[in-house]
Design a binder for this molecule. Structure first.
Ligand SMILES: [Fe+2]
Ligand SMILES: [Fe+2]
Length: 290
């Protein structure tokens, strides 16, 4: 299943359903029926689309009974984003457990980051839809999934360097892999034909100034990642990360009072994200050390 490579790591090829969805959503003449037909082809994606179209997350009053109605309700770009996220979960989240690392908690971190990025992006007064910030937040750490699947032994070494020697994740990745999760994630996003701004936000979520014209989106994800670390449990056990409100405010270029308001907003929004959070229920939790 691995295709091109990113430095030392082979990148998985794009799932067939996602490739077809991107093809259809990019075509100006595509109809909702055509898109619905692609989604229907993938049973697990169909379930996710239908549930999400009817969930509190969107807050729509009209309920969708069929995939075609859900496509109409959600719109082309939402389906594309949802398909990208669902494909990542299905194709990339490792099935195996690692000592001291919880994929379930990492999914919660990703959803918290998505919701935080959406709120921070709006508070920064950025143009464009905050939906792109949500997806960028959700997928910002996909590079870690690639490393864990392609190089499980090295990934374990990275995790133990963070846990046992207090290394920063990026430093551990650089030392052990000579690359980082954000470089690999950015390469994968490009290879999978994700929109340019999403590629830039994933590739530069630790150095937003390098994202050039997409700096605002990358900055929103950078700050959201910090906020998610403050709000959700660490997916590497036994490692505590201390992030202050001021750290998040400085990262986003906002006032600490704004961040307090954003935290309230994020907590409310997370309550509406039960469907997306539940995707993590099937992911491996922590393997206990022998
Ligand atoms: Fe990261
Ligand atoms: Fe993260």
């Amino acid at each position: 299943m691995f295709g091109q490579s990113s430095g030392k790591v082979d990148l998985p090829s794009m799932p067939a359903t996602l490739a077809r969805i991107i093809q259809v959503t990019n075509s100006p003449s595509a109809t909702s029926e055509q898109l619905a037909n692609v989604v229907k082809f993938d049973q697990s994606l169909s379930t996710k689309v239908l549930r999400l179209a009817n969930s509190a997350f969107l807050g729509r009053r009209v309920k969708a009974a069929t995939i075609t109605e859900a496509v109409v309700t959600l719109g082309f770009s939402s389906i594309r984003n949802l398909a990208a996220s669902a494909s990542v979960v299905e194709a990339l989240f490792p099935r195996r457990m690692f000592v001291g690392f919880s994929w379930r908690d990492m999914w919660t971190h990703s959803v918290t980051c998505a919701v935080s990025a959406e709120a921070i992006y709006s508070a920064m007064g950025c143009r464009g839809s905050s939906e792109s910030a949500f997806v960028a937040g959700l997928l910002h750490d996909i590079g870690k999934l690639i490393i864990a699947r392609a190089l499980p032994q090295r990934f374990l070494q990275v995790v133990s360097a963070v846990r046992d020697y207090n290394f920063e994740m990026i430093r551990a990745e650089n030392n052990i892999l000579s690359t980082t999760h954000y470089q690999i994630g950015g390469d994968l996003a490009k290879q999978w034909d994700f929109p340019e701004m999403l590629c830039a936000a994933i590739a530069h979520h630790h150095s937003p100034e390098d994202a050039l014209e997409y700096e605002e989106l990358a900055r929103a994800v950078y700050a959201a990642n910090l906020l998610a670390k403050r709000l959700s449990k660490n997916y590497i056990t036994g490692v505590s990360v201390n992030v202050s409100i001021k750290d998040v405010a400085d990262a986003a270029g906002l006032d600490p009072r704004d961040i307090n308001m954003i935290i309230d907003q994020v907590k409310r929004r997370l309550l509406q994200c039960g469907d997306i959070l539940s995707w993590g229920d099937s992911m491996p939790d922590i393997e206990k050390a022998a």
